[in-house]
Design a protein. Structure first.
Length: 127
């Protein structure tokens, strides 16, 4: 594997956690292997590996972009990642408020519902 792939896996594990990455890797098939390599190198080994902004800021931007574009299926995963990126609940709320103004209240509202449920689940598992 390439250096960028190796760096991407390291960053991916630091943001999403070993358990999540291990599950994703176990589910990988020959059909989607090239796609998984692409996102590991591109998203994790390039964008998330950059030191241009902090992991906290990157987390907020990612959540806002997911909500603004209606890609709700990945919001819970990135909410869970905030425990590792340092983005607080207030940071996430601020990001979703920007979504409400610039991309639409319904998308922000739906993202907030997902965030609330995910935070509740995270708190439940910590007890």
């Amino acid at each position: 594997m390439s250096d960028r792939y190796e760096k991407g896996m390291q960053v991916r594990r630091s943001v999403l956690g070993d358990a999540h990455v291990d599950r994703a890797e176990a589910a990988k098939t020959p059909f989607d292997e090239a796609f998984q390599t692409l996102i590991t190198e591109g998203a994790w080994g390039t964008v998330w590996a950059s030191d241009g902004i902090s992991a906290r800021e990157r987390s907020m931007i990612t959540l806002a972009l997911l909500a603004a574009t209606g890609n709700f299926e990945e919001i819970a995963m990135h909410i869970r990642a905030t425990a590792r990126t340092g983005a607080s609940k207030q940071d996430v709320l601020e990001a979703f408020q920007h979504v409400a103004i610039y991309a639409g209240v319904p998308r922000a509202n739906h993202a907030l519902k997902i965030a609330k449920a995910t935070y509740a689940e995270m708190e439940e598992t910590q007890e």
